[in-house]
Design a protein around this ligand. Sequence first.
Ligand code: HEC
Length: 108
Amino acid sequence: MTRFAIILFTPLLLLLACSNETTADNNAQRKGKGRGEQLFNMHCTLCHGKDGKLGLNGAKDLTTSALSKEQMIAQVTNGKGAMMAYKNVLTAAEIEAVVAHVRSLRQQ
Ligand code: HEC
């Protein structure tokens, strides 16, 4: 009888353990995406607009940008033309998060 209970409950426990892990992963992903969007709204919408299309002060439309992820990171880090450098404002991880958000705008 005990063996039967173990056989029955072990897969159930495993299932619970696994579903908890995926929930945690999803939460982390959502948080990561939210962070990039938050930073973008704080630092970039002034010239680029919430949807990336504003183009104020000669800013480029981010939804049609042909730059690679690495080029975007370099431009946000070091600045270009009227756009300032963000290396003293944002950490490397924050720049990566904000660029990930910019790239998600591009796909719309
Ligand atoms: C003061 C206005 C201003 C702000 C604020 C600003 N940008 Fe820009 N951005 C520009 C201008 C101007 C350009 C075009 C630079 C050039 O090529 O001469 C540009 C270009 C870019 C490009 C390259 C687009 C392309 O295809 O060439 C990216 C990516 C970008 N900005 C991302 C960001 C991000 C991310 C932020 C926030 C961290 C930000 N920008 C904040 C003005 C701004």
